[in-house]
Design a protein around this ligand. Structure first.
Ligand code: ZN
Length: 104
């Protein structure tokens, strides 16, 4: 797939990157739209923010939506063609908010 990769401030490149095989509980999404987050702008303009700095080429664009194009073998409740928005966060699963179903 194609990705926008920041190599350094003001150095964005569109590159082909490999896609991994689908794990049993994963979805493959054909991206239809993406937002530009404030952190993306910081990486582009300043190479990061605070102590968070670009240390190696990094794919930008974590606010995306699209259409499910394939499902892992264990996915049964989502069909190809379903429109989805991607949550870029990685919930811990153990904090109070996660326990209350508020993983975002
Ligand atoms: Zn949590």
């Amino acid at each position: 797939m194609q990705a926008i990769i920041v190599h350094a401030p003001h150095d964005l490149r569109i590159e082909e990157i490999p896609t991994a095989e689908l794990a049993p509980h994963q979805l493959k999404v054909q991206i239809k739209a993406g937002g530009i987050c404030g952190s993306d702008l910081h990486y582009y303009h300043h190479g990061g923010f605070g102590t968070v700095r670009i240390k190696q080429p990094m794919v930008l664009g974590h606010e995306v939506s699209g259409v499910v194009s394939a499902m892992g073998e264990a996915v049964q409740d989502i069909a190809a063609g379903t429109r989805i928005a991607v949550s870029p966060s990685h919930p811990c699963g153990v904090c109070r908010y996660c326990q209350e179903g508020k993983q975002n």
